[in-house]
Design a binder for this molecule. Sequence first.
Ligand code: SF4
Length: 333
Amino acid sequence: MNIAHHQDLAETTGFPLRVSAAMAARLDMPGVAAQFLPDGRELVVSDLALVDPIGDEVHSPVKGLTHRYPDRVILRATLTCAVHCRFCFRREVVGDAGPLAEADLAAALDYVAARPAIREVILTGGDPLMLSERRIIGLLERIAAIPHVDLIRLHSRIPVVSPERITPALVKAMDLRPAVWMVLHVNHADEIGVEAEGALARLVKGGVPVLSQSVLLRGANDAPEILEALFRKLLMLRVKPYYLHHADLVRGGEHFRTTIAEGQAIMAALRGKISGTALPQYVIDLPGGHGKVPLGPDYLAAGPKGHRIRDPQGVWHDYADPDRGLLRAVKSG
Ligand code: SF4
C-alpha cells in the first residue's frame, strides 16, 4: 500500500505516521490499517481528553520512572517506537527522543535500589525493545543486580511489529534471575504474521513467559468474533491473554472509544463461547493516575438467599454463603 498520502494528515495531527516493515506489509487489512493510519477524526479533541490520560507524571518521583503501586515501578527506558499507534495514551510524548539519558537512568535505578519494597520493574516506553541489543542486555543486568527485584516485565509491541529484533542473543539474555516476563501488546489477529509467530516461539522456547494486552478499539476490534480470533491465536502461540484495556481518554482518540456497556457485552459474549484460559480481564486505567480496575461484566447481585449469580447464557441463579451458625453448632473433628 502506498502510504505517502497519509503522511500529510499525520503531520497535521501532530503525531507523525510510523509503521514498521512488518506492519506496512499488512496495511491492506482493515484491523491493522485502523491502528496505524491517521484519520481526520483525530483533529476532533474531546473536552474529556487528557495529555497524560493514565497519570504517569502524577506518580513520577524521578524522570522516566512512575511509582504508582508500592511493589512495582514503570521505567520508560526510551520514548521511541517501531510503530505509532493512533490511539496511544502516550502519543503526546513518544517520538524520536531516544533512550533515557544515562544520568536519568542511573537516578531511576538508584531510586529502585534504595527501596526494598519494590519487587518488580516494568520496562515500557515507547517500546523498550527499540533500544539496541547491547543496551537492553546491559539494562537487564543492571536491574538484576538489585537484590530485592524479583521480576522484570517487558511491555512491548516488538515481537509482532518488528519480530526480527527478537534475536536468539536477546532471548538468551532474558534467562535471568529475577525472572523476565514479556507482555505483548497486540490488538488484532491480522497483525500476527509468520515472522511474529517465529519471534513468539523463540521467546517461549527460551523460557520467557508471554502474556498479552490489547486495547478495545472501535472500528478495529470491537466485535466478539474479532477478539475471539485474536485470543484463540494467542493461546495457540502459548501467549496468555491478560488484559483488555478500555481505550484511554487520548487527545484525538475519541473515535476509538467504545462505551463501557459495549465492552461488557463483548466480554459477556466471549465468556459463553471460549475457555477461561483465553479470556483476558477487561480493565480501565482511571484517568488522573488512580490505578487500574476491572470493569466486569458483573455476574453478581443481591438475592433472596444472599446472592443472585448470572450464568453465561444470562439466566440468574440464587446462591447462599456458608451458614456459620450451623457450623458452630457441630463440634469439629
Ligand atoms: S508506546 Fe506502544 S502503543 Fe504507544 S505508539 Fe508506542 S508502540 Fe504504540
